[in-house]
Design a binder for this molecule. Sequence first.
Ligand SMILES: Nc1ncnc2c1ncn2[C@@H]1O[C@H](COP(=O)(O)OP(=O)(O)OP(=O)(O)O)[C@@H](O)[C@H]1O
Ligand SMILES: [Mg+2]
Length: 577
Amino acid sequence: MFDKRLMKEITESRRYSIGNVVLQWLGLCVNVLMMYAIAFLITAVWSGFTNGYVLAVCGMIALGALPARWIITRAAAYMSFQAGRTVKKTLRRRIWQKLLHLGSTYAEQTRTAELVQTSVEGVDQLETYFGAYLPQLFYAVLAPVTLFLVLVWFDWRPALVLLVCVPMIPMTIIAVQKWAKKLLSKYWGQYTEMGDSFLENLQGMTTLKIYQADAARNVKMNEEAEKFRKMTMRVLIMQLNSISIMDLVAYTGAALGMLVGILCYRSGSLSLTGCLLVILLSAEFFLPMRTLGSYFHVAMNGMAAADRIFAFLDLEEKEKGTRSDLDGCSIVLQDVSFGYSDDREALHHINMHIPEHSFTAIVGESGSGKSTIAHLLMKQRTCENGTITLGGVPVEEVAEDTLFDTITCITDRSYLFKGSLRENLCMAKEDASEEELWDVLKRVHLEDFAAERGLDTEIQEEGKNLSGGQRQRLALARGLLHDTPVYIFDEASSNIDRESEAMILEEILHMRKTKTILMITHRMHNCKEADAIYVLKDGEIKESGTHASLCEADGLYKEMLMQQSALEQYAGGTYEA
Ligand SMILES: Nc1ncnc2c1ncn2[C@@H]1O[C@H](COP(=O)(O)OP(=O)(O)OP(=O)(O)O)[C@@H](O)[C@H]1O
Ligand SMILES: [Mg+2]
C-alpha cells in the first residue's frame, strides 16, 4: 500500500502531494458547511421557521460553497498534475543517468525493449501513484475522522457506526493486495517479454518477409498476445471484483449509519438537522476510501513498475576507471580469456602486443573471436581473466573519456543517425572545419557523392537511404575525423567495392606512420603489409608473425590464404598469395 523506497527516493513531489491532501480536506470542510446549510434550510422549512435574514444567509452559504468547491477541486487537480510531472521527470532523469553510468556495457545487463517500456510506461504508471493514490491514502484517513468529529456533536452513535465501518474497505484492499501483487508482477513480466519480441519482429520484418517466415512469426506473436490477453483479463477481473466488494462495503456502511441516525431521531436524541446531516454526509465517510480503492489497482501497477525501475537503477556499476596518465598508446593483452556466458569461452589465453605506431592485423575464420578482442579493448565487455593494458594502464582503470580520446573503433555496424551528412560527421569533431570534412570524405572516396548532394543532405536512421558501401565509407570518414592515436578497423571496409577498398587500404597504410592500427579482417590480402599478423581459431592464437614468415611457416595462415586466393581467382579476382 505504501512503498517506502518510492517515498524516500522521490522527495520533490512530496510537497505537491501534501498540497493536494490539504486542498481536498478544505473541499471537505466546505462540503460539510454546505450540507449543514442545506439541512438547516430543510429543517427551517419543515418547522415553519420564518426569519428571512437567517434563511438568506444559509442559502448564500449553500450557493457560495459551489464555486468555492470548484476552485478547490481545480487547485487539487493542479497539485496532482505537478506531483505526477515531478516524479516522471525525476525518474526518467535518473534512468538516463544510470544508463550513462553503465556506459557502453549496458547491453551486458539489460534488454533495450524492457528498458524502453520501463522508462516510458512504467514511469507513467507512477504518475498515478504520486498524483492520485498517495494523496488519497492520507485524505481517506483524514476525511472520516473529520466527519466523525463533526457528527459526534449531534449524536455519537451514528457517527461511531459510520467510523467503524470505514476500515472495512482498506481491510478488503489488504486482502486482495497479496494476490494482486503476484498477478501484477507476472503481468508486467509478460508485457515486457511481448514488447521485446514485437520490437525484434518489427526490426527484422524485411528478413522475415524474405524467408516467408512472417506467417509463422505471426502465429507465435498471436499466441503471446493471447497469453497476455488472458493475463490482462485476469487482472481486470481481480480489479472489478475487488471494486464490487468495496462498493458493497461502502453502501452497506452508509445505509447502516443512516439507519442508526433515523432511529436516534425517532428516539428524540438527535435533532432533525442532525439526522439530515448524517444522511447527507454518510456517503462522504466512504467515498474517499472507495476512490482510494479504485486508484489502488493503478498504484499497484505503478509499484510493480517501480520494482523494475529500481532493479534497473540498482544494477551493479562496474568501478569506473579514472586514470588518464597513459604512457603512449601501446596495447598489451596478457593471458586474456573471456566468455559471453559461463559455459563457453570465446577467447582462451590470448597474448598480444600492439606497439605504438604499428600496423597489427587479426585474421581468422568467422566466430574465431576477433571482434570480441575489440569489444574488450573498447570496454563494451569486461575482461575478467587476464589483463589488457593501454599505454601501460589496465583498461578497466582508464577513464572512459581518455579511452575514447585514444581509440576509435570503426566496425561494419557503426551506427549512422538520422540527420544531415554534416551532423553525422561532426559527431566525431564538433568544430570540424568545412575543409576537414571534405578532406575525410575524399580519403574514403565519398567526395563525389557528397559534392552531388551537399553536406546537408538528409541521412535516414541507420543510414537507410545509403548503399552498404556508402554507409561504411561515411562511418570510416567519421572515424578518421575523430583523429585519435589508435584505430581499430573491424571489417570496416567489408562492403566496399574492391577498387575503392584498395585505395582506402592505402590510406590506412599511410596512417601507420602516425597512428597505431589494429585491423580485424577476414580478407587476408588486406593485411599483407602488417607488422604483425595474429591468426585466430576457436578463440586461440594459432600463429603470429609477418606475412612472409607466416607463409614460410606453411601453417594455418598459408592454408587460409591459399583457400581465399583460389576462391577469389575462381570469382575472377586478381589477388595472389
Ligand atoms: N553478444 C554475444 N553474446 C554471446 N555470444 C557471442 C556474442 N557475440 C559473439 N558471441 C560468440 O563469441 C564467439 C566469437 O565471436 P566474434 O564476434 O568475436 O567472432 P569474429 O571472429 O569477430 O567473427 P566474424 O568474422 O564473423 O565477425 C562466437 O562464437 C560468437 O557466437
Ligand atoms: Mg567480427
